[in-house]
Design a protein around this ligand. Structure first.
Ligand SMILES: [Mn+2]
Length: 231
């Protein structure tokens, strides 16, 4: 970022470090789009259809289709206003969660075939070579970790993907009562108790050792504590 430009930091992640010159961080909000809608109201900006579509896409993807534990009546009221302003909820939800390319699905197959379960941590890796073999380059699909955490045996799920630049993108999911935000934050990333992520240096096998080791330590520490609901 150009240091002459002030940073306005708008976010809903509890791990946000308030790095902006101005910080509008509301961890109690289910999505950043909800905060933007408040801002639009406060600035007396007209809520037109393209804006409503973008904000509803933000809400749907941040809440996994309004299914995360932090969704409140205020979230649904905000979504209701966006639908009234012309945003198509069924279309947006379908595009966000039910459409993907065949190569992306094949890549999931590779990830699923290589899953490993250790101490309640269900994890897998996707190498750059595997992605290139399917004709994919950039990491674009982040849904596999959500599929992994649906396994009955998993308390924590992790997907480690090797990016084109050799760095490793980590996507973490937890079952209620567990916390992946603290591990993500320790790795230089962030997120929520139940969904978080980070990007770290490769190579992939070193990243696996580091991340799975940290997750095992985290799970051990949580087994001695009373589980807390997601905040
Ligand atoms: Mn979020």
């Amino acid at each position: 970022l150009n240091s002459d430009v002030s940073t306005i930091n708008i976010d809903h992640h509890m791990t946000n470090l308030n790095f902006g010159a101005v910080n509008l961080v509301q961890a109690e909000r289910a999505s950043t789009a909800e905060i933007l809608l408040q801002l639009i109201d406060a600035l007396d900006v007209q809520l037109d259809e393209p804006t409503a579509i973008c904000l509803l896409a933000g809400m749907v993807t941040d809440t996994q289709g309004f299914t995360t534990a932090n969704v409140t009546p205020a979230t649904l009221e905000a979504a209701s206003r966006l639908v009234a302003a012309g945003a198509d909820l069924a279309y947006i939800a379908n595009m966000a969660y039910s459409r993907r390319s065949l190569p992306a699905l094949r890549l999931w197959g590779i990830g699923l075939a290589n899953m490993r379960l250790e101490e309640g941590i269900l994890w897998t890796t996707l190498s750059r070579a595997a992605r290139c073999a399917e004709g994919l380059d950039e990491v674009t699909d982040r849904g596999l970790s959500s599929l992994l955490i649906s396994a009955d045996e998993a308390n924590i799920a992790a997907v480690l993907q090797e990016k084109p630049d050799g760095r490793i993108e980590i996507s973490l999911r937890a079952r209620p009562g567990y916390d992946v935000a603290s591990v993500a934050l320790a790795l230089g990333g962030g997120g929520h108790l139940l969904a978080a992520g980070a990007t770290i240096d490769g190579p992939l096998d070193e990243a696996v050792k580091l991340v799975i080791g940290m997750l095992k330590t985290q799970v051990l520490s949580e087994q001695t504590e009373v589980p807390t609901p997601e905040g």
